[in-house]
Ligand binder design. Structure first.
Ligand SMILES: NC(=O)c1ccc[n+]([C@@H]2O[C@H](COP(=O)([O-])OP(=O)(O)OC[C@H]3O[C@@H](n4cnc5c(N)ncnc54)[C@H](O)[C@@H]3O)[C@@H](O)[C@H]2O)c1
Ligand SMILES: [Zn+2]
Length: 397
């Protein structure tokens, strides 16, 4: 009798369903500073102290170490004054190439393991967006996540990617295919690093500031227009506040937009990105993220206009800003076609949908600062926009 009762109980249990809520709150700590490892600068020390971790290791991108030869010694002295086991600075090559395979990820895992960095210790990473992405992915997966403190060193990584909550490397010929959502322990935007960038790289990274202004903050866009010549001249008096406002707008959207880990299909911060990601992959990453976004943003701006959403004078204002910052809005890869005659870049729409995991959702512009989601783009209208971009690039052809 008792046995019969037990069996019945188990059967009932197996057919039941339980929904638990797992509330998890993340603190997204973002600091703007200069000369972060100067002895008198307490920002990094405060962040480390707040976490109370025991050990720290530093990963520096080789180009940054070369541009700032005093950096490893400054970091050594800084840590010498902290009550923490410092496991040294490790220098590795960066750039988009490190996202092409798992080589750097494995070397970071090995360094983290050898230094006994645990989930309460810190991995500091100093470099451009690609280096942050690859090292960030290694840190997110070592011990299922060690504390990552990012020091982005390019305009693009400071004004966008570095304050994001994602990391990835490329895989299967696709951008950011292997990755994770992982909120960094802190982001320290040290404006000084921006000064050693190639001017073209510094200007190109402003595209994400333009993007976020266009989808979130029309006043910011007007500010960018008003300061165009100083921005083009890379005057720190305007570059730094531009980077800061863009970073905060991105972080604000992530923190308050209700979908930090992108489980929905709508991705307003990816305005212009469906074509950008595909152009990067099509060109074997010869075209890097920022210039690719400039083209994607110009394409989706023209599309917004041609499909009747955006007034022509607004579209012209956007293109004028891109021109003033010397951001190129056409690449021949836009015209490459498959043997079946379809433009290769249009596969970016299929991949974007697949990456989102839901239905295709592309943000178009209705006005400056006003985006609207659409679920279908007309390829012949896109072709018209590409024709226009080509003509703008070669006006006398
Ligand atoms: N995780 C995210 O949310 C996110 C968001 C946007 C972009 N990204 C990724 O970021 C990458 C692009 O980042 P990026 O534009 O910083 O390019 P990048 O990391 O490729 O760096 C560009 C070049 O600048 C060099 N460099 C970096 N900092 C420098 C400095 N201070 N002085 C001199 N040279 C320096 C690098 O060595 C590299 O050669 C892409 O892979 C993109 O997918 C990620
Ligand atoms: Zn981007």
């Amino acid at each position: 009798m008792a046995q019969q009762h037990k069996t019945r109980y188990l059967c009932r249990a197996l057919m039941s369903r339980h929904d638990f809520q797992i509330p998890v709150l993340f603190k997204h700590h973002i600091v703007f500073t200069r000369n972060a490892f100067a002895p008198e600068n307490a920002e990094v020390a405060d962040v480390l102290r707040e976490g109370g971790g025991r050990r720290a290791i530093v990963f520096i991108e080789a180009t940054v170490a070369a541009a700032w030869p005093g950096l490893p010694a400054a970091i050594d002295s800084y840590f010498a004054n902290l009550d923490l086991d410092f496991c040294g600075s490790h220098i590795f090559a960066g750039g988009e190439a490190v996202k092409a395979d798992e080589v750097l990820v494995r070397r970071i895992w090995e360094a983290i393991d050898a230094a006994h960095i645990d989930r309460h210790s810190y991995a500091l990473v100093i470099g451009g967006g690609a280096f942050l992405d690859a090292v960030g992915f290694a840190a997110a997966t070592a011990h299922r996540g060690v504390r990552l403190i990012r020091f982005p060193t390019t305009t693009l990584s400071q004004d966008d990617g570095g304050v994001g909550v994602k990391c990835a490397i490329n895989g299967f010929g696709k951008k950011n295919w292997i990755g994770a959502f992982a909120v960094p322990f802190a982001v320290i935007n040290d404006f000084d690093f921006l000064r050693s960038q190639h001017p073209q790289l510094c200007r190109a990274g402003l595209i994400e500031a333009i993007k976020v202004a266009l989808v979130k903050d029309p006043e910011f866009f007007t500010w960018i227009e008003a300061n165009l010549s100083a921005l083009a001249a890379l005057d720190p008096a305007v570059i730094d506040p531009c980077v800061e406002r863009s970073a905060l707008l991105h972080a604000h959207h992530i923190a308050t937009g209700g979908d930090a880990f992108e489980s929905g299909s709508s991705r307003p911060l990816d305005f212009g990105h469906w074509a950008a990601h595909k152009l990067e992959a099509l060109t074997g990453y010869q075209l890097s993220h920022a210039p690719a976004v400039a083209i994607g943003l110009a394409l989706d701006t023209l599309y917004s206009m041609h499909c009747g959403l955006l007034a022509a004078p607004c579209a012209e204002r956007i293109l004028r800003v891109l021109d003033a910052l010397e951001l190129v809005t056409y690449h021949p890869a836009l015209d490459w076609t498959t043997p079946a005659g379809r433009r290769c870049v249009f596969a970016g729409l299929d991949e974007f949908r697949e990456h989102l995991g839901g239905k295709l959702t592309v943000l178009l512009l209705q006005d400056l600062g006003v985006g609207v989601n659409t679920h279908h783009l007309d390829e012949s209208l896109l072709a018209t926009c590409i024709d226009q971009l080509r003509q703008r690039a070669t006006p006398h052809a």
